[in-house]
Design a binder for this molecule. Structure first.
Ligand SMILES: NC(=O)c1ccc[n+]([C@@H]2O[C@H](COP(=O)([O-])OP(=O)(O)OC[C@H]3O[C@@H](n4cnc5c(N)ncnc54)[C@H](O)[C@@H]3O)[C@@H](O)[C@H]2O)c1
Length: 336
C-alpha cells in the first residue's frame, strides 16, 4: 500500500520508519512547503517529493496520506486529501477545534475513506493489559482516576518553530503533550460529563498554557484529576495514569506511561500479578506505536473495517482538552 507524508519535520521521521518497517507498506511520496525538509526522506527512501499538495494528491498510486504538519493545518489538508479519495493517518491532535475535527470526520465518511488518529500509546503493553482488565470489569465500580504529565519542554523546544506554543496552530501542554494521556483516560474511563480547570503560562515564553490543573466528572459518576505541565525542572519526571475502583487499583507510570508501577486486583493471585508487571517491564514499548497505526490502517483498508483509533476517538480526546480550556478561560465548570 502506497503512503505519502505531508509535513517532513520531527514526527515525520517516525512515520517514514514505521512505513518502512510495516509489512506491505511503501513510502511513495512526501510533501513539504520547505523543499530542504524533504531531502532526507527522498534520499533515504527513494520517494517522490512535492512542494504542492494538489500535485501529490493527483497521483493515483497513493492510497494513504499521513498528515504530520503543525496541528492547526491538519483539517484543511485532511479534507482535501479525503476529497481526493485518500485514506488518512492524522497526527494528534486530530485538529484544534471540534468544528475542524467534524470537517475531517465528515469528509472521510462522505468520500468513503478510512481515518485514523495517531494516539500510538494505546498499543503499549501496559495500556493493552489495562484495557483488558477494564473490559473484564476487574475494577468493579470505579471511584476515580488520575492523569499526570510532569514533563520538561524548555524554551529552546518552543523556539524550534514559530507554530509551537501558539493557540492557533499548536495549543499548550494539554493540546500538544498531555493529549496522549487524556486520550487514554477517556478511552479507559469512558465519556466525560463535566470538567473544571485552571491553566497558566508560568515559565515559558509562549502564548498557550505551560501548566494546567483540572478535575473531571465522567458519565459513569467516577471522578478524575488531571495535572499537566511542561515546566518540570530539569527534565521529564513522569507520565502516570492511575485507576481506582471497588476491587482494583492500578498505576501506570515511568516517564512516559509505559510501566505498571502498582497493581492490586481482587482475586488475582500474586503469581499472575507479578508476571503481568514483569511482562510489561521486559518490553515496555512493544512494537513501535506508529508502526502499529500503519499496519492497522493497511488491515482496515484491506478488510474494509474501522481503524483501531478512529476519528471519533481523536475527537473525544480533543473535546476533553477544549472543555478544559473553556473552563480555564471562563473560570466555570463546563459540560462536554
Ligand atoms: N504522536 C506523537 O507522538 C507526536 C510527536 C510529535 C509531534 N506530533 C504532532 O505532529 C505534528 C507535527 O509536529 P512536528 O514536531 O513534526 O513539527 P515540525 O515543525 O518538526 O514539522 C512540521 C513540518 O510541516 C511542514 N509544513 C508546515 N505547513 C505545511 C503545509 N501546509 N504543507 C506541507 N508541509 C507543511 C513544515 O515545513 C515542517 O517541515 C503536530 O501535529 C504534532 O502535534 C505528534
Amino acid at each position: 500500500m502506497n503512503f505519502a507524508i505531508v509535513g517532513c519535520g520531527h514526527i515525520a521521521k517516525k512515520h517514514a520508519e514505521a512505513i518502512n518497517n510495516a509489512e506491505g507498506a511503501n513510502l511513495f511520496a512526501v510533501c513539504d512547503t520547505v523543499p530542504e525538509r524533504m531531502a532526507p526522506f527522498i534520499e533515504q527512501n527513494d520517494t517522490k517529493g512535492f512542494t504542492n499538495l494538489d500535485d501529490m494528491l493527483a497521483l493515483k498510486e497513493i492510497e494513504v496520506i499521513n498528515i504530520c504538519t503543525p496541528s492547526g493545518y491538519h483539517a484543511d489538508i485532511a479534507v482535501k486529501s479525503a476529497i481526493a479519495g485518500k485514506h488518512l493517518v492524522v497526527e494528534k491532535p486530530i485538529a484544534l477545534t471540534i468544528k475542524d475535527a467534524d470537517r475531517i470526520i465528515d469528509a472521510c465518511r462522505e468520500n468513503n475513506v478510512k481515518l485514523s488518529v495517531v494516539h500510538p500509546n494505546r498499543f503499549r503493553p501496559a495500556i493493552m493489559e489495562t484495557r483488558a482488565l477494564m473490559d473484564a470489569e476487574r475494577f468493579g465500580q470505579l471511584s476515580h482516576a488520575n492523569a499526570t504529565v510532569r514533563w520538561n519542554r524548555n524554551q529552546e523546544y518552543y523556539d524550534q518553530a514559530p507554530w509551537r506554543g501558539t493557540k492557533s496552530l499548536d495549543g499548550g501542554v494539554l493540546m500538544n503533550q498531555a493529549i496522549h494521556n487524556l486520550d487514554l483516560l477517556v478511552w479507559l474511563m469512558g465519556e466525560v460529563e463535566e470538567v473544571f480547570s485552571m491553566g497558566a503560562t508560568r515559565l515559558r515564553n509562549i502564548e498557550a498554557e505551560d501548566v494546567s490543573i483540572g478535575t473531571v466528572r465522567f458519565k459513569s459518576g467516577a471522578l478524575g484529576v488531571i495535572e499537566a505541565a511542561t515546566t518540570i525542572y530539569p527534565r521529564n519526571l513522569e507520565e502516570t495514569l492511575s485507576i481506582f475502583g471497588e476491587t482494583g487499583t492500578l498505576k501506570i507510570g515511568g516517564t512516559t506511561a509505559k510501566l505498571i508501577e502498582h497493581i492490586d486486583i481482587e482475586g488475582m493471585d500474586d503469581q499472575v500479578t507479578n508476571d503481568l508487571i514483569d511482562g510489561v517491564k521486559s518490553d515496555p514499548l512493544g512494537k513501535p506505536g506508529h508502526q502499529c497505526i500503519i499496519e492497522d490502517m493497511i488491515e482496515a483498508v484491506s478488510n474494509n473495517r474501522e481503524p483501531i483509533v478512529t476519528g471519533e476517538d481523536g475527537k473525544n480526546a480533543l473535546a476533553l482538552v477544549i472543555g478544559l480550556y473553556e473552563s480555564a478561560e471562563t473560570n466555570r465548570p463546563v459540560k462536554l
